[in-house]
Design a protein around this ligand. Structure first.
Ligand code: 26V
Length: 822
């Protein structure tokens, strides 16, 4: 039966919302309307929406197959999607969501509360994972044929709970606890992924060496698909996530002999493969299970691509016309090696032809310059887990180093530097170099980052192949970060401009006149105040702390890392606190300082920062001398859904990383788009944001990346800085006195010791003077509410270039060579 011949009454569409919901309640869930809970309404609605998307999805796949267009496969170990219901509902362009809202009201429910029933699938750590989700949104909205490939972790990022002592505790939380209606298990789509074993070589009848990988331990990768709707677009793509399953059946004989553990050992091993996301995004732990996850993801995805390609009746030699692969950082870099293995060993394509094809198919995005975050794997581990892949890596390396030697004869040091194998200490495979060598384009994620990438970690490679290096500045999905997160502001824009901006953010430029329209400014400020009231309620719910919505909402939300310098923020909060209690700031602008973010469980200093923030907050928030003038709030368990509440309520966006260290940042874009002013260093995309909003509408401070390098070379001495700033000195002394951590002095002193250590790598206090001066400018401007509002609007309306639609068009045109199918 074709979808069009289904009885139409069950399709969710304008005019039939009530019938569709009741139909799913009764027929899919077996609930009466009278007996249905909030959760039942969520389930019924989710089923109805998913079915409506499924029709668009089938149509998309038919179009893609018929058009024979090139597809992009976005390989990523992380996708931080956020909730689906409102995203999907608001992608329909016929006012469906309004009717859903009214219908639910008639049943006594509110759409936002219903939507909050959904677990936020936290299948990622931070920026890199959220970027992948924004990119999928843009790919579908712009009508590109795209598939995301990743892992269906049973447990995504941990839930962060703050203990009574202020410290972070990690609690496992399964997004799959409740039935997830957004994914469909595709039992029929599964591939064998092999590990271990050894390699045999034989000669074929023409005398060529053939390699065989034998005696392997195998695991099934089974597919689960999540639908990715384009906004007001006929396109629905999918994200395909792989889950591990045992190949060997349950061993009933062992069971019957009472060996219960042995009976299920294989099942458990296979399931463990995809059990949990690694929560450390700063230091790779070199854990074997992580390498297994990477290979599992890559192998299943490539088999899936090839299977589809061949099923379409196309030849293997056409592969590069059918597919582009993008590597989201080095985590899926094994795709380069696995593709070589498939082409050479299974499809018997000659080595150099296979290599050319592989390189033309793959592109690599780098997301960090931090040397400790660059992945390397012990050769010994590779040998044990992926022996054939190690051989291939050696061959790639031999060919490559030969080319290096041809260009730079007798430059042995260069050969050593550029080798895929690091020989210092235990021998390790350098995944970033593998990604560079195996890709036709290598890009950074903001202009500064792309330049530093060429000049530092990949300098030798950029000298060898200057044309392969490029930049694509990150962007954000306007739908989630404005239309859904800030419906009030979105409606105001639409009232003035129509809704074209949703899919063409540059259109906001046309609203620039509104900056000088007092009525528009007044409405903008009223919307901001409403958003702040909403967040104030959430803060009260989470922390049992009242905050004044009229105060300046000062926001720093992101993973906790020393380079992001949450401690610079905290030191300044302490300085303000001391000014207030010493009666030195009679007219201080009232502030609510909001900090949120998770620390990697093994990153001790980051966890100390969280604990200290909470301890300082406890003292400040309970000091009667402070009142409304200052509140410090650490919001626990920062995730996409909490971000959607915070972004529209912010006045000030803190983007204060040590210059040269934040690759791009994307929270900076989300906050600015929602009308926050940025206080920031000349780092990552902050620089491009400054260029877009104008330097008079942003608070820039601190050293440039070049000055940071110089300062480190000179030898940085924090004691010297502190000696010259009496307020900073007083703040340090107060910390050292234990005022904030009476139960455990060390909770303060260990952090102070770090800040005060000679050569402290992140130069936190070196930027303090300039940061405090910029904060004074913030206060001064906030006193003029009308002018602040004007500049906030300028910020929001200047964000045209920071849509992920723009980023995706650049990837499509300059890297992937793909065209939309619509
Ligand atoms: C690194 C690692 C290393 C070890 C194993 C687990 C793991 C997981 C994630 C990462 C990624 C760190 C890199 C990252 O997230 N970079 C961020 O990427 C954003 C999107 O491009 C960018 O805006 C941020 O500035 C950058 O920090």
């Amino acid at each position: 039966m074709s979808t069009s011949s289904l009885p139409s009454s069950i399709t969710l569409r304008p005019g039939a919302v009530r019938d569709a919901i009741v139909d799913r309640l009764v027929r899919s869930l077996g609930k009466s309307v009278a007996g249905a809970t909030r959760r039942d309404f969520y389930d019924a609605l989710a089923i109805a929406v998913r079915e409506a998307l499924a029709e668009r999805w089938i149509a998309t796949r038919t179009r893609v197959t018929q058009a024979h267009v090139k597809r992009i496969c976005y390989l990523s170990m992380e996708f931080l999607l956020g909730r689906s219901l409102i995203n999907a509902l608001s992608s329909f362009d016929d006012g469906l969501i309004d009717e859903v809202r009214e219908t639910l009201l008639s049943f006594g429910h509110n759409l936002e509360e219903i939507a909050a029933e959904e677990e936020d699938p936290g299948l990622g750590n931070g920026g890199l994972g959220r970027l992948a989700a924004c990119f999928l949104d843009s790919l579908a909205t712009l009508g590109y044929a795209a598939t995301g490939y990743g892992i269906r972790y049973d447990y995504g990022i941990f839930m962060q709970v703050i203990g009574d002592d202020g410290a972070q505790r990690e609690v496992a939380s399964s997004w799959l606890g409740m039935h997830n209606f957004w994914e469909s298990g595709r039992g029929g789509i599964r591939y064998l992924v092999r590990f271990g074993g050894h390699c045999k070589s034989t000669r074929d009848d023409k005398g060529r060496v053939q390699y065989e990988w034998v005696d392997t331990h195998d695991v099934w990768a089974v597919a689960y698909d999540l639908l990715i709707p384009g906004n007001r677009s006929p396109t629905v793509n999918h994200l395909r996530l792989w889950s591990g399953r045992a190949v060997t059946p349950f061993k009933i004989e062992e069971f019957n002999h009472g060996n219960y553990a042995a009976a299920v050992a294989d099942q458990i091993d296979a399931k463990n493969l995809t059990r949990v996301l690694y929560p450390d995004d700063s230091t790779p732990q070199g854990k074997e299970l992580r390498l297994r996850q990477q290979y599992f993801c890559v192998s299943a995805s490539l088999q899936d691509m090839l299977a589809q390609h061949l099923a379409d009746g196309r030849g293997i030699d056409e592969l590069e016309r059918a597919f582009a692969i993008q590597l989201n950082d080095t985590h899926p870099a094994l795709a380069i090696v696995e593709l070589m293995r498939l082409l050479v060993d299974d499809y018997h394509i000659g080595w150099s032809g296979a290599w050319q094809m592989t390189r033309r198919i793959c592109g690599y995005t780098n997301h960090t310059l931090l040397p400790e975050a660059l992945e390397t794997w012990p050769v010994a581990m590779f040998e044990r887990l992926l022996p054939r892949h190690l051989q291939i890596i050696y061959q790639i390396n031999r060919d490559f180093l030969e080319a290096v030697s041809a260009k730079y004869p007798s430059d042995m040091d260069r050969r050593r530097r550029m080798s895929l194998i690091a020989e210092d200490g235990d021998r390790r495979v350098r995944m970033a170099y593998l990604s560079v060598i195996g890709s036709h384009k290598i890009n950074g994620v903001a202009k500064l980052h792309s330049r530093l990438m060429r000049e530092t970690i990949f300098a030798d490679f950029a000298e060898l192949w200057p044309d392969r290096f490029t930049n694509v500045t990150n962007g954000i999905a306007v739908r989630r970060w404005l239309k859904q997160a800030n419906p009030g502001f979105a409606q105001l824009i639409t009232e003035k401009l129509g809704s074209a901006w949703e899919n063409d953010l540059e259109d906001l430029e046309r609203l620039k006149w509104a900056v000088d329209d007092p009525e528009f400014r007044q409405r903008f400020r009223a919307i901001k105040l409403e958003n702040k009231k909403r967040l104030a309620k959430t803060i009260e719910l989470l922390l049992n702390q009242k905050v004044n919505p009229e105060a300046l909402f000062d926001v720093q939300v992101k993973r906790i890392h020393e380079y992001k310098r949450q401690l610079l923020n905290l030191m300044y909060v302490i300085v303000r606190y001391l000014r207030i209690i010493n009666n030195e700031a009679p007219d201080a602008v009232p502030r609510v300082v909001i900090i949120a973010g998770k620390a990697a469980p093994g990153y001790w200093m980051a966890k100390s920062v969280i604990k200290l923030v909470n301890n300082v907050a406890r003292v400040i928030n309970s000091d009667p001398r402070v009142g409304d003038k200052l509140k410090l709030c650490f919001l626990p368990d920062y995730d996409v859904s909490l971000a959607q509440e915070i972004m529209p309520a912010a006045d000030l966006s803190q983007q204060i990383s040590t210059a040269g260290m934040e690759a791009s940042g994307t929270g900076n874009m989300k906050l600015s788009l929602n009308g926050a002013l940025t206080i920031g260093t000349l780092d990552g995309a902050n620089i491009e944001i400054r260029d877009a909003v104008g330097e008079e509408h942003i608070f820039i401070f601190g050293m440039t990346a070049e000055q940071v390098t110089q300062r480190r070379a000179q030898g940085y001495s924090p004691a010297h800085v502190v000696e010259n700033n009496p307020e900073l000195k007083r703040a340090i002394e107060t910390l050292d006195s234990g005022l904030f951590t009476p139960d455990n002095l060390a909770d303060s002193t260990t952090v102070v010791d770090r800040l005060m250590s000679d050569g402290e790598h992140f130069l936190v206090l070196a930027d303090f003077d300039s940061y405090a001066a910029a904060q004074d400018r913030v206060d001064a401007l906030f006193r003029d509410q009308d002018e602040w509002g004007r500049q906030a609007i300028i910020n929001a309306l200047s964000m045209g270039p920071f849509s992920s639609d723009r980023s995706i068009r650049e990837y499509a045109d300059n890297i992937w060579g793909i065209k939309p199918v619509i």
